[in-house]
Design a protein around this ligand. Structure first.
Ligand code: SF4
Length: 379
């Protein structure tokens, strides 16, 4: 059984108005911030070194997520990779990904990371329009076209780009401008996220989650799906599109219930049997990493599987459900699946000797509702 490894870097240059993730603003890598980042690195190393039960496990994907992992710096990222290679069997050509802010994608900063094995870099553009980035309070990052062009021609890595759509106030021109600017850079992978108004964020205080907002979201998502399909990007998950063969192997582990080890303040992991998480602040984590077992009932585990598997455009098959839970899909879930088929929100296809369920295009636009209907009897 191969594992993924997730390394959480909960630091950002500033706080975006729509973000509800735990992260600490770290504008510059100097002074007290440097001491904090160095302390976090030492805690990560200690954490990896003390994960004795899994030492020696085969690792085929490593993902630095955040936060803004690129501001952790090449030396610290290299040190984490060295430690992982010391304690785990990281296979040759393992997928090694990092998320970056546009201001961190300088070629001189990325080449050392590529030298130590990073082979997949995703840039969180969100929008090429400064007006839209200001509207959602995206921590201001100038997107310099020449720097972007340089980044997207670095050989030997998979280039990813994140966009955000469904921003109330965005015109069709701006939406298509963002999509066409993205395509022109020829990334192998594109993520398109719908803006969500998370409770407690400053954006949720100034933007209403009303009918107008929801209609715009649906319309912009439909445009993005069609536009990217015409440009040769296949949608393999609700928010993810790629040129065939460039799917994120690491993220697919989350959606197909494969094991991954998580390290860092706020990281989650799944050993294949047990889930665990870390809910410590950075300061607590630096003092001593400590994980909590996330004990779940079988029903809760089934609900989680269905919630993640239905995010995949190919959905899930009865066989894959059986292989994970050693039992058939529960009666009430099957009833919900059938009802949703009648409502044309879900489709059911023959898959060998098994049946496969997936969202229809209509279901995809209201995926939260459809997925909730599937799992509500398990909650
Ligand atoms: S950069 Fe990402 S993680 Fe950091 S505050 Fe902005 S949205 Fe949140």
């Amino acid at each position: 059984m191969n594992f993924g490894v997730y390394i959480h870097i909960p630091f950002c240059r500033g706080k975006c108005d729509y973000c509800s993730f735990y992260s600490i603003p770290c504008p510059r890598d100097q002074g007290e911030t440097r001491i904090l980042l160095d302390g976090y690195l030492q805690a990560l190393i200690k954490d990896i070194a003390s994960n004795i039960p899994f030492h020696g496990a085969v690792v085929d994907s490593i993902y630095f997520g955040g936060g803004t992992p690129s501001l952790f710096g090449q030396n610290r990222i290299s040190a984490v990779l060295r430690t992982l290679k010391e304690f785990f069997q990281v296979i040759p050509h393992a997928e090694m990904s990092i998320e970056c802010n546009p201001s961190d994608i300088r070629v001189d900063a990325l080449l050392p990371l590529i030298d130590v094995g990073i082979n997949r870099v995703t840039v969180g553009i969100q929008s090429f329009h400064e007006r839209l980035r200001k509207l959602i309070g995206r921590f201001p990052e100038p997107v310099k076209p020449d720097v972007l062009e340089q980044f997207f021609t670095i050989p030997g890595i998979v280039h990813g780009l994140d966009l955000m759509v469904g921003i109330l106030g965005a015109s069709d021109e701006e939406l298509y401008g963002d999509l066409s600017s993205a395509i022109m850079l020829k990334p192998e992978h594109i993520s398109v996220y719908l803006l969500t108004l998370e409770k407690g964020t400053s954006l949720a205080d100034r933007m209403a989650n009303d009918e107008e907002f929801q209609n715009l979201q649906r319309q912009q998502l439909a445009c993005a799906i069609d536009y990217l399909a015409d440009a040769g990007y296949h949608q393999y998950e609700i928010s993810n599109y790629c040129i065939s063969g460039f799917e994120s192997k690491h993220n697919l582990k989350y959606w197909t219930f494969q094991p991954y080890l998580g390290f860092g303040a706020g990281a989650h992991g799944f050993t294949g049997e047990n889930r665990y998480y870390n809910n410590q602040s950075v300061e607590e984590y630096i003092k001593s990493p400590c994980y909590v077992q996330d004990v779940r009932s079988v029903d809760a585990a089934m609900a989680e599987y269905l919630m993640t598997a239905l995010r995949l455009i190919d959905g899930f098959s009865e066989t894959s459900f059986w292989e994970i839970f050693q039992t058939d899909i529960p009666y009430h879930v099957k009833q919900a699946l059938q009802a949703l088929q009648h409502e044309k929100l879900l489709k059911c296809m023959q898959d060998g000797n098994s049946l496969r369920y997936a969202l229809t295009k209509e279901g995809l636009f209201i995926s939260d509702y459809v997925i909730y209907r599937c799992v509500e009897s398990l909650l």
